[in-house]
Design a protein around this ligand. Sequence first.
Ligand SMILES: *[C@@H]1O[C@H](CO)[C@@H](O)[C@H](O)[C@H]1NC(C)=O
Length: 408
Amino acid sequence: MNLKFFLGCVFLAGCFSEGQCTTACQTMDDFKNPSKPPCWNNPYGDMSAAEILESWGNYVEKRHIIVGSGYNLTLIKTHTSGISPSKTVIFMPGIMMDTKGFLVTGDKSYGYAFSKAGYAIWLLSYRGVGESRKHIKYSDTSCDFWSFSLDDLVNEDVKDTINYVVKESNRKVTLLGYSMGTTLSTMYAAGYPDDAAKNLNGIVMMGPAIYLNNTPSIAWTLHDFWPIVKTVPQLISHCEVSLKTLSPSNPNPTYQSIMTQVTMQSLFFGFNNDGIDPTTITASLTQNPSSTSVKLLDQFINIMKSKKLVKYSEEISIFPFIQLEQTYELKNIKVSIAMFSGPNDYLCTATNSKEAYDDINPTFQCGYYLISDTSFTHADFVRGKDIPTVLLPNVLEKVDLFSEGKCS
Ligand SMILES: *[C@@H]1O[C@H](CO)[C@@H](O)[C@H](O)[C@H]1NC(C)=O
């Protein structure tokens, strides 16, 4: 074995055992220079969520729950080893996002921060995501499997998980949602107000996806084409819409491939190349992407058009304000809500979030916060380099307050 190879191995082994990597690329320019000793730009390679957590020395336990219609969901429970946590948080990821998105930025991640703060964390993988691609009857390569709406996630995945975790923990829990995680928690709180009041201390929302109309996001520009676009996944990928197919498959992608991916995301989420963290960007780009269903996106299109949290209907409404739809009413919510918005979030704009916040009963309005960094985008909530300074401490403080039964 040559010495260089041997040292390389020691290097990488060091990275893994530390749970973070001191040799990660420090600047974006490092990615451009192939002659440099390659900086190890993806500290977690293809590790699973449990492996990442274990690399921090966390206690990790997996649970499988079968929800109503037969989906077999994987929940991960974790906390710092050797402690007995007195507060519980459930992480609710965004659309087409693996729960690893809360972990792959290592010591800058939500998973790490909440573990260190003494929380019991439950990571929820919705059906179709990460390790939750199992059903008692259907294979994940059939349209039968990929036939679910937001309502189905609320009525089964979210509701059953919350009941399960509350029973296991024997106390109320707090939800920390990002993007679609906030849509689902809002629908749960509005659709099951009494259950929510009984089970939850509150919901902390990052990049709230409640009202989604009139945004600078390309999602808004293109949403009218969805009825045409959706025939592609219906025909070629068993109704599964996967971000994985668009993201770099190499765990150590090139500079070009990183920037192409970032630019595509920016069209949806907002542009902020200064917000990229070179030490974790490849981990985020390669490990976070996951899947969802055509049907769920149908429902999101109707939510966009109507500016209401409408329930699923087969028809995509062409004339948004004419059709009478069943909706989740924000005024029904009876749990504490706090929201964090990014000033440069194209998809879940600060304006739309504030409007949603104002539609909640004032008793349960426990804080609307505009992030101080004016360039903060929707993507920056999961992979922005400034999360540890401009967001994490405030989010942690809010979840702490909710866990103590306080509002603000
Ligand atoms: C659910 O999935 C887990 C993990 O693959 C498996 O061990 C378990 O038997 C499954 N449960 C059912 C009822 O299929």
